[in-house]
Structures are given as structure tokens and as C-alpha cells.
Design a protein around this ligand. Sequence first.
Ligand SMILES: Cc1cc2nc3c(=O)[nH]c(=O)nc-3n(C[C@H](O)[C@H](O)[C@H](O)COP(=O)(O)O)c2cc1C
Length: 337
Amino acid sequence: MSAVRIGPYTLQNALILAPMAGVTDQPFRQLCRRMGAGLVVSEMVSSDMSLWNSRKSRLRMIHDGDPEPRSVQIAGGDAQMLAAAARANVEAGAQIIDINMGCPAKKVCNKAAGSALLKDEALVNEILQAVVAAVDVPVTLKIRTGWDRDNKNGLTVAKIAEQAGIQALAVHGRTRADLYTGDAEYDTIAAIKQAVSIPVFANGDITSPHKARQVLDATGADGLLIGRAAQGRPWIFREVEHYLRTGELLPAPQLAEVERILLEHLAALHAFYGDVMGVRIARKHVGWYLATLPGAKAFRARFNGLDETHAQCADVRAFFREREQSLETEDGQGVAA
Ligand SMILES: Cc1cc2nc3c(=O)[nH]c(=O)nc-3n(C[C@H](O)[C@H](O)[C@H](O)COP(=O)(O)O)c2cc1C
């Protein structure tokens, strides 16, 4: 992969943490950057500024200490509201504005936003023109391949985007109607890459270094967005980066490193959200980290009943001690046998 530029910014590498509402909060974004992501995108912020006073929205707009460039995603269906939201986010520290036309979530689509916008190309054009004109930072766009399989207008939307001054495009290889079902397809992304000269990032179902290589080869894309595969596995970025650069696979992280990363992540969640909300939000992340380890199910049932920060940390430590002890026993048996 050669270096990718978005406006004045040259990315450290071309691997981006995909925006995920409820997941890519500041603690997770900073962790993924430390683990090798070249860029991270914040959770979407609604263009309806009357909602910005809620605690949830305020937390989404904190960027202190985030590595540059700071990319903030906005979502909505009204060009002038999106333009105003873009301006306000730039004033609050955003260095790249990303527009969400890729999310099928009902809450967004009921207001004709997210990927529902793909149906109305004139409105897409109006929104993109208005947001690009409103700010003097690069504006990027995230789309799906189209509205549904009979209306895969991703290529047309990509051309509209380039014409409007969008500086990079991320394409999730599913239509809006697909939701998250079936496998992502990459032919439409390849066609889009051929048709525009702005950087194109491929997205959808990239779960391993090998898959990353395959998707880059199949699409010719300039880079990749990785979403769900980073949940509980933020080191996927260093694994993919290393493989793409060297052709060699890094060994999986040792248990001790997983424990250290998870405890750091927990501490960051507790500090960022405060004790009550932090404990709640930590549960899903901890579940993701441990999902593939033996004993995780019983641990989760116990862990999800804890409501103190220090109890959560102690329980995670105890889980890893148990795992290490049982590995030592297994090793010992192996030697004896
Ligand atoms: C929990 C969750 C929340 C998401 N929120 C957003 C969002 O706020 N904005 C957006 O553009 N896409 C959102 N997405 C879509 C992802 O950015 C990405 O396009 C999708 O998950 C496919 O990539 P993956 O297979 O690597 O996960 C979300 C996905 C998930 C699973």
C-alpha cells in the first residue's frame, strides 16, 4: 500500500477503524491508533444540533488528546443542517468531516439519513455540495454499494461525490437492503475505484490479514476500513499492517498482553464515562475480548453482575490467572506424557 493522502494529511498507513456507534468512543479509538490503525473515525454525531446537549452527544464530541487527523462523522438528511453541524464540529476540533451514507440503522433511516439517502441522488449532491462549501477541512463520505441489489447506484454516487469535492470515499460492500446479511461483495468497490481518482477505501467482512490482502487485490482500493473484527481485537490493525508490509504473519498476542490491553481499556472506559456508565459500557467490550477463550461464558455471567469498577478489574485479573494456571497444567501434563 502506498501512502494515502486525505487533503493535507498523509495517513500513517491505509487502515482505518470504521465508525461504529456505541463502539468507537474515544477510549477505543485511541487504543486502536496505538495498536496500528492509521486513522480512526468517531461515532456518528446527529446533524440535529438540538440533540447535542445530551450526555451521550457531549461525550461523542470530546477529542482532547486524540491523535491527528481527527475524523468526525456526521449523519442527517438535511443539507443545511449537515453543513451547520460540520462547521460546529470543525470548531470543536474535527480535522476531517465524514458524512454517513452507509448506516442502515433504523433510528437514522427513519429520518431519511444514512444509507437511505442513496435513493435520492439529487439530495446526495445537495448535501455533499453544502457540507464541502461549509468547511475548510477535507470532507469524506461513507456509502454502501447502493439502495438494494436492483439499485446498486454506488458508482453514480461515487462520481457525484468526486464532483462535489469529496476527498476520500469508503464503500461497504453491501446494499442498504442487505443490512449485515450475506457476504460483502467487492466487484462494485472495484468498479468504483476504477471510476474515480479520489482515494477509495474498501469495507466489509475484513477479518484477517489474508482477507485484507484479498480485498485489496480484488478491489485495487487505496486502503481498508475494519469494523467488527476490531471489537475485542484491536491488535488486528498491527497484524494486518505487518502482513501487508512484509508478507509475514505476526504471532497472536500472548495472554499476558491481552490482559494488559484489556485492563488498560477498562481503566480508560471507567475514566471516560465515570463509574456507573463506565461499568456498563465495559461489559460488552470485555465480552468481545474473551469470547474465544475457554471459560468465557461462565465468566461473563459473573462479570455482568458486577457494578463496581475495581471489582471488574479484579475479576478480569482473576480470569487471566486461572487461564494461565490451566495452561501451565496442560503444559506440565504435556511434558510428563
Ligand atoms: C455496532 C455498529 C455500529 C455502526 N455504526 C456506524 C456508524 O455510526 N456510522 C457508519 O457509517 N457505519 C456504522 N456501522 C457500519 C460500519 O462502519 C461498517 O461499515 C460495517 O460494520 C461493515 O464493516 P465490518 O464488516 O468491518 O464490520 C456500524 C456497524 C456496527 C456493527
